[in-house]
Design a protein around this ligand. Structure first.
Ligand code: ADP
Length: 622
């Protein structure tokens, strides 16, 4: 919206400026065209005016010398001295008529020294000059002074405008009279009337007597003073003429003339004309030409239309060009901006890609090193585990062999004493006592054989595969292994299995190892306690057997609860434990589909082992 307004204002101001420039230029062009046109018009008019003056001079010059020639005629002199009778006068009139006809003048006549016309070429006209006195006419007075008299006037008798040449007729030095030739100058108007320009001939008082505009005849150019008017009237040059000024207003003077405004048709319209004039001294005339300036105005109008159109076209062209240039510049700016934005986006993207690549490379590197670390940790763990499993096996073996040793030594010692007793009873002949002792020996060997069977089982069933394990047997086996420690420390062990024949799915040797571990921990826990009790409870819960080993020891401190299943976590003295017993037990149980957890207890530690039970019936069916 804002930009639209701005553009509109800009275009309006552009238009106003163009219009202002156009007005100024057109004004300048008009002025120059007007001045130039006026000069040209003045030049043309000047030529026409000169031609007109030349024409007038020709008209006058043709007759100028005729009176002088006639004045030298002896007949004229003689006639003036003695006009004679009627016949002589008539004959002289005829003579003057002939001269007048030949010279093509208007009238030719002879005046005596008193101004009386004594002979005239128009003696036969209705109003002949003969007998009339024209002594008041200046041309007569000039002639009587011995000069060539010249005058123009409206004929008082003929009521025709004419130009008069008068020359004195002399006898010796005496002036007898004057011969006068009147020229009809009406024809001048006719022969120049076809011109566009108006020609005017005025007398020294600015009264127009010759003009190509008949309505201006006997009017004045400009105001005429009453004194001049009185003079004109007195000279009787234009008898009965109503002398009125032509309404005109001078506009401007130029070296070549002046521009005036004329009121036409009673002031309803006006015309502007260029006025130029020449002075014809010899005739006492001012010859004017009034040239119409209307063609000039048309020319100015045409020039203005042309220049105005050129300006408008130039302005439109310039506007279009400017718009085009602006649009191109805008497109270029837009392209530059887009290019820059694209470049920036590219650079940004590159930087991001580089950053992300670096991050990814770093993450990859970290991942690789983590994988490497994990791998090596796993290796270490695997190694450690296998070593530990081995160590645990060895420890179990050690405990087992200690148990075996203990189990075997006792019966062996008993067998020895029973054998000694039997020998002594035999020596004494007490066969019954000897036989009882022998029976004891036999029983003891059975027990020893049982230990052998257990060992055999251990070696045979270490494959790790799950099997049906009677819980009672495996718990007894574990307690058997730990029996020496239990006895030594006088620990009370309570075993409750519900139902008695509860069987679980497990690996017997490994389960026994787990039980040995857990029970061993319990034994160690109760060692220093006053009441040394370990309770082993087994029951069924849904499809699983719960084996609860609860001791009367100090229990496990709250901080340690979460850590006891972690590898190498131990609170025992160095050499007493590695902190792997529970870890391995958990693992072994997991492999068998079982679990081991520490359950909260009021006192002591309460470990719960959960294993899948094997239904007695199912097993039989199998
Ligand atoms: P070790 O016996 O070698 O220390 P274990 O994994 O078997 O390793 O046991 C980890 C730790 O758990 C023991 O060091 C002990 O602090 C604690 N613990 C296990 N059983 C008991 C228990 N019955 N009473 C008290 N503490 C126990």
């Amino acid at each position: 919206m804002y930009s639209v307004n701005f553009l509109a204002i800009r275009s309006v101001s552009g238009w106003i400026t163009t219009l202002a420039v156009m007005v100024l230029v057109l004004f300048g062009v008009s002025t120059a065209t007007y001045k130039k046109g006026l000069e040209e018009l003045a030049e043309q008019s000047s030529v026409q005016l000169d031609l007109f003056v030349l024409y007038l001079r020709g008209v006058l010059g043709k007759y100028e010398s005729l009176p002088e020639m006639l004045a030298r005629d002896k007949n004229l002199v003689g006639f003036l001295i003695n006009p004679g009778g009627r016949e002589r006068i008539e004959a002289f009139n005829r003579y003057l008529q002939t001269v007048n006809d030949i010279s093509n003048a208007s009238d030719t006549y002879l005046m005596d020294k008193d101004g009386l016309t004594i002979a005239a070429s128009n003696w036969q006209d209705e109003r002949p000059f003969v007998g009339r006195n024209f002594s008041y006419r200046p041309y007569f007075q000039q002639a009587m002074k011995g000069q060539l008299g010249r005058y123009f006037a409206l004929g008082t008798t003929s009521i025709k405008r004419g130009y008069y040449f008068a020359y004195p007729v002399r006898l010796e030095h005496e002036i007898l009279g004057a011969v006068v030739i009147k020229i009809d100058i009406d024809s001048v108007e006719k022969s120049w009337g076809y011109h566009d320009a108006t020609f005017i001939v005025t007398d020294p008082e600015d009264v127009i007597f010759l003009t190509t505009r008949p309505d201006w005849r006997f009017r004045t150019i400009g105001e005429i003073s009453p004194r001049t008017l009185a003079l004109v009237k007195k000279s009787r040059r234009y008898p009965d003429a109503d002398i009125q000024p032509i309404a005109m207003r001078r506009i401007q003077d130029y070296p070549f003339g002046k521009v005036i405004n004329l009121d036409e048709q009673g002031g309803t319209t006006s015309a502007t004309v260029l006025q130029q004039f020449r002075v014809m001294d010899e005739a006492g005339w001012n010859v004017h030409i009034l040239s119409d300036t209307r063609p000039l105005r048309k020319r100015i109008l045409a020039t203005n239309v042309l220049v105005g159109s050129a300006i408008m076209i130039s302005y439109l062209l310039l506007t279009v060009l400017a718009q085009r240039r602006r649009r191109l510049a805008e497109i270029k700016r837009f392209e530059d901006r887009s290019r820059q934005a694209l470049q920036e986006a590219n650079e940004h993207l590159e930087t991001r890609v580089q950053e992300r690549t670096a991050e990814l490379v770093e993450a990859n590197r970290k991942l690789l090193s983590e994988i490497q670390e994990r791998k090596s940790t796993e290796d270490v763990l695997r190694r450690t585990r296998s070593e530990l499993v081995h160590a645990a096996k060895m420890a179990t073996l050690g405990q087992l062999s200690a148990g075996i040793n203990h189990e075997l030594n006792q019966p062996l010692a008993a067998i020895r004493s029973y054998a000694d007793n039997a020998r002594q009873f035999l020596e004494k002949g007490r066969k019954i006592e000897a036989a009882w002792n022998m029976a004891q020996i036999s029983e003891l060997t059975d027990r020893m054989a049982q230990i052998g069977i257990q060992l055999k089982e251990f070696s045979r069933k270490s494959s790790g595969k799950p099997e049906i394990v009677p819980l009672h047997g495996v718990i007894d086996g574990a307690l058997e292994i730990l029996a020496s420690g239990i006895l030594k420390n006088k620990i009370a062990v309570h075993v409750r299995i519900q139902p008695e024949n509860l069987q679980v799915s497990a690996n017997q040797v490994l389960l026994q190892q787990v039980l040995v571990n857990v029970l061993n921990n319990a034994m160690q826990a109760v060692e220093s306690c006053h009441e040394k009790e370990i309770a082993i409870d087994a029951c069924v819960e849904e499809d699983r057997a719960r084996i609860i080993i609860h001791d009367s020891g100090p229990g496990i401190a709250g901080d340690h609860v979460k850590e006891i299943f972690d590898p190498f976590f131990t609170t025992k003295q160095p050499g007493q434990g590695l902190g792997l017993g529970l870890t391995i037990s958990k693992r072994i149980l997991k492999e068998m589909g079982g679990t081991i957890v520490l359950e909260p207890a009021e006192s002591g530690a309460r470990f719960v082992i959960s294993l899948l039970i094997v239904d007695q019936q199912n097993e039989n069916e199998q």
